[in-house]
Every structure is written in structure tokens, then in C-alpha cells.
Design a protein around this ligand. Structure first.
Ligand code: ZN
Ligand code: ZN
Length: 173
């Protein structure tokens, strides 16, 4: 089976030509994504299973659960959509309202998963809960109390692995 892992341009001077392991030269990100989709590769990481956060830092591709494959990417997209339906703001507010002290993202995710009876690994509970907690944070309902785990030199990017928040006031779920 021919491998179709696509590499982005190695240097800006080469223009926007992506190259595929099969020998194809793909002019531009659009062409690269199309070639990836046609060959069953994830269109986010183009089959590499890694995504670049900032130049020099890569992490496992979140779109395809680091498989590099289109099928997993689509499954995961559907799971994200389902998570959005099932895990609502009032579910997360209800969990947070029960807690007095600071809490970690992972604790809330576990409580939500348990509360809804979701099996481990079927839905992206963590990312969905994080999004909702960030919304609560920007609404001033909770404040982040943890320091970033990593500061990337020369960039504005900070990474939090399992951030901690504290409730600001009593919430009405
Ligand atoms: Zn190819
Ligand atoms: Zn991917």
C-alpha cells in the first residue's frame, strides 16, 4: 500500500508546495488537504498524526486522535458534535456549583463523565468541558488559579496541561 503522508514546504523559499510520500507535488494547502482526503488521510495533519502548535513544537494531532487517518478524523468530528449536545453548560455549571475549593479540569471532566454515565474514551469529554469552563471564565464566574505548565520562548503561547480554576461566586445552575 502506498503511503500518503504529506509534508509541508520545508522552507518558505520553496513556495507553498507540499510533497507526498507517493511522489505527488501539491501546490498549496487546499490541494494537500484534497489529496489527503482522497487517500484516507486526516486533512488536519495530512497523515503525519502530528500537528504543529508553533514552529518547533509538535503534538499529537487532536483531529484524528493521532492516527493520521480520515476515518478516525470523521468519527472524532461526530463525537465532538455529540459531546456538544450531551455536555451542556448547565451540566458543567451544576458540577462546579457543588465544589467549594479550586478544581482541576480533569476532576470536572471525570464528574461530568460519571454523572452522564459516559464510557471512557467514547466522547471527547475533556476538550468539551474545557471549552465550557473557559466560557465560564470569560463570563467571570470562575477564575483560573494555576500557572502555565510551559511557556514557549519567544512566543505568546502558554500551555496548560490540567488547569485549575476557582469559583468566584455562588452559581445558579
Ligand atoms: Zn500521495
Ligand atoms: Zn490528524
Amino acid at each position: 500500500m502506498t503511503k500518503h503522508t504529506i509534508s509541508p514546504p520545508a522552507a518558505a523559499i520553496l513556495g507553498d508546495v507540499h510533497t507526498c510520500d507517493c511522489g505527488a507535488r501539491l501546490d498549496g494547502r487546499m490541494a494537500a488537504e484534497l489529496h489527503a482526503a482522497e487517500n484516507g488521510q486526516c486533512t488536519a495533519c495530512l497523515g503525519s498524526a502530528e500537528e504543529q502548535v508553533v514552529p518547533g513544537l509538535t503534538r499529537r494531532c487532536t483531529a484524528c486522535a493521532a492516527t493520521g487517518r480520515r476515518r478516525e478524523q470523521i468519527t472524532w468530528q461526530l463525537a465532538h458534535a455529540e459531546a456538544e449536545q450531551v455536555i451542556t453548560m448547565s451540566v458543567v455549571r451544576g458540577v462546579v456549583a457543588e465544589l467549594d475549593g479550586p478544581f482541576h479540569l480533569s476532576e470536572i471532566a471525570d464528574l461530568v463523565r460519571a454523572g452522564l454515565g459516559l464510557p471512557l474514551g467514547r466522547l471527547p469529554v475533556g476538550p468539551r468541558v474545557r471549552d465550557l469552563l473557559l466560557m465560564m471564565q470569560s463570563a467571570g464566574e470562575i477564575t483560573m488559579v494555576s500557572a502555565p505548565d510551559e511557556l514557549l520562548d519567544g512566543t505568546d503561547v502558554v500551555l496548560y496541561r490540567d488547569p485549575q480554576w476557582q469559583r468566584v461566586a455562588t452559581l445558579t445552575p
